[in-house]
Design a protein around this ligand. Structure first.
Ligand code: DP6
Length: 375
C-alpha cells in the first residue's frame, strides 16, 4: 500500500518562490493471475482481469519525492539518482502528472489562508526523484511500484480529490498497467473495464486487505538482476498479434480463475490459491512461447525451481509452496509462515549461491535434513 512520509517543511527556491514537496512510497506487487495483453494501447487497458499480492512496505518498494514550484523551468525526473533525459515528455509520465493534477485542490495553511489555487498548480513545473530498493526491470514489477509511488506522491502534493473511487488507480494504470494494483495492500484485483470512451472503469479494487491473511509469505529468488531484453509492453503487443493461446486465455480461462482465486484468498485456502497461481504463471509463459517469434523470460534456473517446488509439494503431500514468474527469470515463491523457513532452507540448499542476502536463518539446514530430492 502506498505510504506517505509526510514531513512538513518549508522550502524556498533561491528566487524566493516556494517549493512544495511531498514523498510517498509504494511496494511492488506480484500477480497471481497475470495481466498480459492490451485492449487499448492509448489508455493502457488489459484484455483480461488480473490479481496480485502487494508486498509489505519494508520489502521491495519505490520511494518517490515530488516537488512543484513556479521557479522550476522544466519537468524533470531522476531515477536512482540519475537524471532521465526527456523523461518528462514520456507519455506515461505525462498521463500520471497531468491526470493527478486535473484532480488538484487548493492548498491552505493552518489558518485557512489559500497558498496555492488549482490554477497555480497548473502553472508549476514538477521535479521527481524516485528510488527502487530492488533491481529495475528485472521482472520484479519495478514499474508497478514506481508509478504507484509517483501517483501517490502527486496525489498528496496536489491534494487530489477523486471524482469516483479508484480514479487514482486508473491514472497509475496509464503509467504502467500493473501499477494500479500497488496503491492498496493485500490482495488487489484489476478489473479490465469496458467503457471504451475513456476506460474510467478499468481500475483496481482491493479484494482483501493486508491484515486478512498475515501468514502469507513470499520467498524471492533474484535469479538475475539484469534488465530484461523484451519489455512487457513490447512482449505483450507481439503476443496479442500472434498468440492464439493468449486469445483463448483471455476469452475463457482468466474469468474462471479470477473467481476461484479470489474465493480461495478470502477463505485462506492455500492449496487452491497455490495451484491457481502456478497454473497461471505456467500459462502466461506458455503464451510467451506461443508468441511468434517466441519470448523466453524464464531460464534454466527458473525451470529447475519449478521442478523443485513440485517435488517438494509432492513430498509434503499437499501444496505448501507456489511459484510464479513475471516477465523475467526471478522466482517468487508463496508459502505460509509455518513453512517459510523450510522453503527458504530448501532453496538455499540447492542454490547456496543465493547466500544469506535475502534469507538468513540458522535453522535452515536442520529443517531440511529429512527432505530428499531425487534430482
Ligand atoms: C508479467 O504492467 O509492466 O508482470 O502496462 O506495459 O507497463 P505495462 O506492463 P506491466 O506488465 C506486467 C506484466 C506481468 C504480469 C502482471 O503484473 O500482471
Amino acid at each position: 500500500m502506498a505510504d506517505t512520509g509526510n514531513k512538513k517543511q518549508k522550502l524556498v527556491h533561491t528566487s524566493g518562490a516556494p517549493i512544495y514537496m511531498e514523498t510517498s512510497s509504494a511496494p511492488t506487487n506480484i500477480a497471481t493471475i497475470k495481466y498480459w495483453g492490451k485492449a487499448d494501447a492509448k489508455w493502457n487497458t488489459p484484455i483480461n482481469d488480473s490479481v496480485s499480492v502487494t508486498l509489505n512496505q519494508d520489502d521491495l518498494k519505490a520511494v518517490t519525492t515530488v516537488a512543484a514550484s513556479t521557479a522550476f523551468e522544466n519537468d524533470r525526473l531522476w531515477l536512482n539518482g540519475e537524471e532521465e533525459e526527456g523523461a518528462a515528455d514520456n507519455k506515461r509520465f505525462r498521463a500520471c502528472v497531468d491526470g493527478v493534477r486535473a484532480l488538484a485542490t487548493e492548498k491552505k495553511d493552518d489558518d485557512g489562508k489559500v497558498l496555492v489555487t488549482k490554477e497555480d498548480w497548473s502553472k508549476m513545473k514538477i521535479h521527481v526523484s524516485s528510488y527502487n530498493t530492488f533491481p529495475t526491470a528485472a521482472g520484479l514489477a519495478s514499474s508497478a511500484a514506481g508509478y504507484a509511488a509517483l501517483v501517490a506522491a502527486l496525489a498528496l502534493l496536489f491534494g487530489a480529490k477523486e471524482e469516483f473511487p479508484g480514479q487514482l488507480t486508473s491514472i497509475a494504470r496509464q503509467g504502467s498497467g500493473s501499477a494500479c494494483r500497488s496503491l492498496s495492500g493485500g490482495f488487489v484485483a484489476w478489473r479490465k473495464g469496458g467503457k471504451k470512451e475513456d476506460w474510467s472503469d478499468s481500475l483496481a479494487e482491493q479484494v482483501a486487505d493486508e491484515n486478512h491473511w498475515p501468514e502469507i509469505r513470499a520467498v524471492i529468488m533474484v535469479v538475475s538482476d539484469a534488465k530484461k531484453d523484451t519489455s512487457s509492453t513490447a512482449g505483450m503487443s507481439t503476443s496479442v498479434e500472434t498468440s492464439l493461446l493468449l486469445k483463448h486465455r483471455a476469452d475463457t480461462v482468466v474469468s474462471q480463475r479470477m473467481e476461484a482465486i479470489e474465493k480461495a484468498f478470502l477463505a485462506k485456502d492455500f492449496e487452491t490459491f497455490g495451484q491457481l497461481t502456478m497454473a497461471d504463471s505456467n500459462q502466461f509463459h506458455a503464451t510467451c512461447l506461443d508468441t511468434y517469434p517466441p519470448i523466453f523470460y524464464m531460464n534454466d534456473v527458473s525451470k529447475s525451481i519449478i521442478r523443485i517446488i513440485h517435488v517438494y509439494n509432492k513430498w509434503a503431500g499437499k501444496i505448501q509452496a507456489a511459484y510464479t514468474f513475471d516477465a523475467g527469470p526471478n522466482a517468487v515463491i508463496f508459502t505460509l509462515e509455518e513453512h517459510a523457513v523450510e522453503v527458504g532452507a530448501l532453496m538455499l540448499h540447492y542454490y547456496p549461491e543465493f547466500g544469506d542476502k535475502y534469507v538468513n536463518n540458522p535453522d535452515f539446514e536442520k529443517k531440511i535434513k529429512d527432505f530428499k530430492l531425487d534430482k
